[in-house]
Structures are given as structure tokens and as C-alpha cells.
Design a protein around this ligand. Structure first.
Ligand SMILES: [Zn+2]
Length: 190
């Protein structure tokens, strides 16, 4: 049964906050409610199996890998009523218009993504997506240093906090990410 009206729901927060787990939970409930669901994810996310969205705790749903926001509309099937978009921060800005268009058409759109990058600054399309959404849930992870609620993603390169100006990819470096609170989040700038 189609929804009476469409909407955008954003689930956001730092790495390890359980965003993808929450997306999977909502998608499963929609399937139980006999909604037709499609989940999309950027091709850049190759952490896990090619055609699935997987949470850190191991649960997963089927997902369609796409290169850009335009491809989402091309691969969207006619009778779909619920669309999931995982790791939205990696998509081009056009993904916000696509999500809005689908919501205007009456679809329920569930979007997950990191709200900030490792510097603690707005990540790609996410601020605009949050502004366009009917509902936003910002989840907290647990700070790996002090155990408080964590809202930031700490990037470590060879065991040390990544510098503010470090490139996104450092060839040959051992990279690691941790959830950190405001106090423990370190971004050296000099
Ligand atoms: Zn902390």
C-alpha cells in the first residue's frame, strides 16, 4: 500500500553510532508492512559484500551499488514505496534533489550518512539533506578514549591523530577510525 504522503528521514552521527543498523531495522519493518523497498549505496563503499548494506554488528540487507544520484532514478523500480540511501555523504549534491523528488512523489526516503568528516566539519550533501528532511535522528557512538557519548569521528594515521590538512587518502599509511567525544576529538592544525 503506498504512503499517503512522502517524507525524508535522516539517520546520522559519527562512525560506529549504529546508523546502518537503524537503516536495516527500518527497512525490515517496512518489508513486514508489505512495502516494496529498494536500498542504494555508493560504489565507493567496498568495505563489505558488493550488493549488500552491512552494519558493524553484522546484520545486512540487499543494496544496489550506484555511481551517482542520477543512477538512482534510472534503477528505481516502478512500484517501490520505500527507498533507503546508505552512506549518503559520498554522493554528489544531486542526491538531495533526488531524495526530495521521491518524497514529493509520495515515497518514504530513509537516508543515512556521516554528518561530519574527520575534521568535525560538515560532510558533503548531509547538511542540505538534514535541512530537507521531515525527521532527523542523530545517534551517538561511544568515545573510545573516555566512554562518554561520541559525536565525532577520529581519524588516526600510523597511530596518531590525522592533521587537519592531511589528504583524504594517504598512500601506504595505516589508517584507523574511532568514535570520539567533543573533548577527546583531536585535529592538529599547525
Ligand atoms: Zn571522550
Amino acid at each position: 500500500m503506498p504512503h499517503h504522503f512522502g517524507s525524508i528521514e535522516v539517520v546520522t552521527g559519527s562512525m560506529f553510532c549504529g546508523k546502518t543498523e537503524e537503516l536495516i531495522r527500518r527497512v525490515r519493518r517496512a518489508v513486514i508492512a508489505k512495502q516494496k523497498v529498494q536500498v542504494f549505496k555508493p560504489i565507493i563503499d567496498t568495505r563489505y559484500a558488493y550488493s549488500r548494506v552491512k552494519s558493524h554488528s553484522g546484520s545486512d540487507v540487499e543494496a544496489i551499488p550506484i555511481n551517482n544520484s542520477k543512477e538512482l532514478l534510472e534503477k528505481l523500480e516502478d512500484d517501490v514505496t520505500v527507498v533507503g540511501i546508505d552512506e549518503a555523504q559520498f554522493f554528489d549534491d544531486g542526491i538531495v534533489d533526488v531524495a526530495s523528488e521521491l518524497a514529493d512523489r509520495g515515497l518514504r526516503v530513509i537516508v543515512t550518512g556521516l554528518d561530519t568528516d574527520f575534521r568535525g566539519e560538515p560532510f558533503g550533501c548531509m547538511p542540505s539533506m538534514i535541512v530537507k528532511a521531515e525527521r532527523v535522528d542523530k545517534l551517538n557512538a561511544i568515545c573510545m578514549k573516555c566512554g562518554e557519548d561520541a559525536s565525532r569521528t577520529q581519524r588516526l594515521v600510523n597511530g596518531k591523530p590525522a592533521h587537519y590538512n592531511d589528504p583524504i587518502v594517504i598512500v601506504g599509511a595505516a589508517e584507523l577510525y574511532e568514535a570520539r567525544c567533543r573533548r577527546c576529538h583531536e585535529v592538529p592544525r599547525d
